[in-house]
Design a protein around this ligand. Sequence first.
Ligand SMILES: *[C@@H]1O[C@H](CO)[C@@H](O)[C@H](O)[C@H]1NC(C)=O
Ligand SMILES: *[C@@H]1O[C@H](CO)[C@@H](O)[C@H](O)[C@H]1NC(C)=O
Ligand SMILES: *[C@@H]1O[C@H](CO)[C@@H](O)[C@H](O)[C@H]1NC(C)=O
Ligand SMILES: *[C@@H]1O[C@H](CO)[C@@H](O)[C@H](O)[C@H]1NC(C)=O
Ligand SMILES: *[C@@H]1O[C@H](CO)[C@@H](O)[C@H](O)[C@H]1NC(C)=O
Ligand SMILES: *[C@@H]1O[C@H](CO)[C@@H](O)[C@H](O)[C@H]1NC(C)=O
Ligand SMILES: *[C@@H]1O[C@H](CO)[C@@H](O)[C@H](O)[C@H]1NC(C)=O
Length: 604
Amino acid sequence: MTTIILLLLSLTFFAPFSSSTFSKGSSLVSERPSYVLTSPDNVFSAGFYSVGENACCFAIWFSNSSTVIWVANRDQPVNGKRSKLSLLKNGNLILTDAGKFTVWATNTFSLSSVVQLSLYNSGNLVLHNRESIILWQSFDLPTNTLLPQQLLTRNTKLVSSRSQTNHSSGFYELFFDNNNLLSLLFNGHEVSSIYWPEPWLVSWEAGRSTYNNSRIAVLNSLGSFSSSDGFTFLSNDYGAVLHRRLTLDYDGNIRLYSWEKERQTWVVSWQAIQKPCRINGICGANSLCKYVFGSGRKCSCLPGYKMKNSSDWSSGCEPEFDLPHNKRESLFLLLSNVEFYGYDVDYFTNYTLDDCTNSCLQLHNCKAVQYVFEVGDCFLKSLVLNGYHSPDFNKDIYLRLPKNYSFLYNSSVEEFSLDCSRDGTIQLERTYVKSRVNGTAKFMLWFTCGVGGLEVICIFVVWCLLIKTRKSSGADSQGYALAATGFRKFTYGELKKATKGFTEEIGIGAWGVVYRGVLPDNRVAAIKRLNEANQGEDEFLAEVSIIGRLNHMNLIDMWGYCAEGKHRLLVYEYMEHGSLAKNLSSNVLDWRKMFEIAWVLQKV
Ligand SMILES: *[C@@H]1O[C@H](CO)[C@@H](O)[C@H](O)[C@H]1NC(C)=O
Ligand SMILES: *[C@@H]1O[C@H](CO)[C@@H](O)[C@H](O)[C@H]1NC(C)=O
Ligand SMILES: *[C@@H]1O[C@H](CO)[C@@H](O)[C@H](O)[C@H]1NC(C)=O
Ligand SMILES: *[C@@H]1O[C@H](CO)[C@@H](O)[C@H](O)[C@H]1NC(C)=O
Ligand SMILES: *[C@@H]1O[C@H](CO)[C@@H](O)[C@H](O)[C@H]1NC(C)=O
Ligand SMILES: *[C@@H]1O[C@H](CO)[C@@H](O)[C@H](O)[C@H]1NC(C)=O
Ligand SMILES: *[C@@H]1O[C@H](CO)[C@@H](O)[C@H](O)[C@H]1NC(C)=O
């Protein structure tokens, strides 16, 4: 109802708008997210993209999948009310937050009588004048995605998103370094390091050349990528595919995606790094990354360390103790098959293990040593970062701990790899609200009403808004009842509708069948319908919250659940290539199994 009224109001005061170009003096307003610029072939849309409860960004996305490919103001979302993108008379394109602050501008200037903003079929948003001279284009300022024919140059870089749902700038960058090499950088708060191409290889070993200074890389629409440093690849579905995009994902991997029309989904057709734990900073400091086949990557704190921020692995873990200085109060705990890349403060060879640990004790900042028995190589580590556990490593780490941690001696690394005792919940990110706006919005409402002589409508609107506020506060407490776990609660009806009545089966597991579904917000989900159990809702919710803690940085996100009557369903992120379906139907990631493991570990 309110929507209709708002629409009526907007139609009264703003010219309706829906095309691929947009001229001087026009604007897009955030209240009408459905009013967008579309490319002539309808593949791309540009407009206000919701990133939270009352927050949006000006973005370009694929119309069908809502996959964002470019964001104007990624680090400064604007208010969902009264924010505006305007093409000024002087040729400047500006984005204003809540009608007040300019948060983003192209800083262009043109006296030409015709200046237009057009969204091309290539996905490029271009500001040009009558002579088609380009004043500004989005292809020059990529965010985390390159489209076919879009150049990556010495002046541009891709920066990952912070997380799957948070489009703000994350920690990973793809760019040409000073040696002309196309590289991936982990740019953390405290440390930064290049992890691709492998830093221990010289450039020619990695198949790269440092001699070509043109620093240009481009993907073509057939799926061939080439860079001026000699790096090239062909996608594994080389040929004419509907759409492609090369994205630096939030987990630090670059992936080439192709749009699969039949299934209406993105599939990965190439990725830079096959071992996700090789990506620096993936689990933060003082932690271990472990790759579990079929369920992805897992992070865990080192023994004696605890998670710094329970909702965010990227800040890593911190010690629960103060490092003792003298030898009698220290012990070194063996972690087998583990490597920490980088941050060696000193190196010795032909040392005994005793020599090695003694040298570590001399240094106040020595956190651990890496020791290789055969040759007596001893590396002293000042930071334990980029920790990676893999059964095929023949490397040992001795972690320095206070003496009273000897009870950890007999536990193996395996036992730390499912760190579920910590309170890690995934919070829904929809908290951006500015109360300041309300006054202005109300004033504007009254003002426009007065001018238009639409008092009747005004009274109606206010009444509608009142009803809406009352309704939405009720809805909040219902829709997000499980704030503590951060999961959305769905009704059975919603999920039935999303899965078109449970028709599209994608896998069968021990505890139920997995279906593909499309949620009301157009996200594609894998919905697992558990076999009917005579378990109470509270009991089920307790388990759901434990799954939340287990998920952490697993590549698969759990989004929500449904517990209604006899129905018990879990809603997960849908992953391409059916890998999720496989995970969910195999016992590897079975939630009940994980719950049991967690329980056992907590008791240990
Ligand atoms: C450098 O790379 C560019 C782009 O890939 C290419 O066109 C050019 O021929 C290369 N220059 C040399 C000297 O190889
Ligand atoms: C987009 O979706 C519409 C309707 O769902 C479909 O007809 C069209 O083919 C899709 N386009 C692409 C490029 O997949
Ligand atoms: C933990 O991380 C989340 C997500 O990045 C952030 O919003 C929150 O402020 C952090 N909490 C603390 C205590 O740093
Ligand atoms: C290693 O040390 C031992 C005794 O400290 C010595 O006999 C041996 O020659 C050394 N080996 C090398 C390769 O330096
Ligand atoms: C170990 O001893 C220190 C003080 O000596 C104390 O602060 C710490 O809590 C102890 N830790 C454990 C796990 O016993
Ligand atoms: C470790 O286990 C061995 C036998 O498995 C036992 O003899 C030893 O006392 C244990 N050490 C600690 C510190 O628990
Ligand atoms: C997204 O991440 C940034 C950086 O950590 C944080 O400041 C911001 O609050 C996050 N946004 C949301 C909506 O959680």
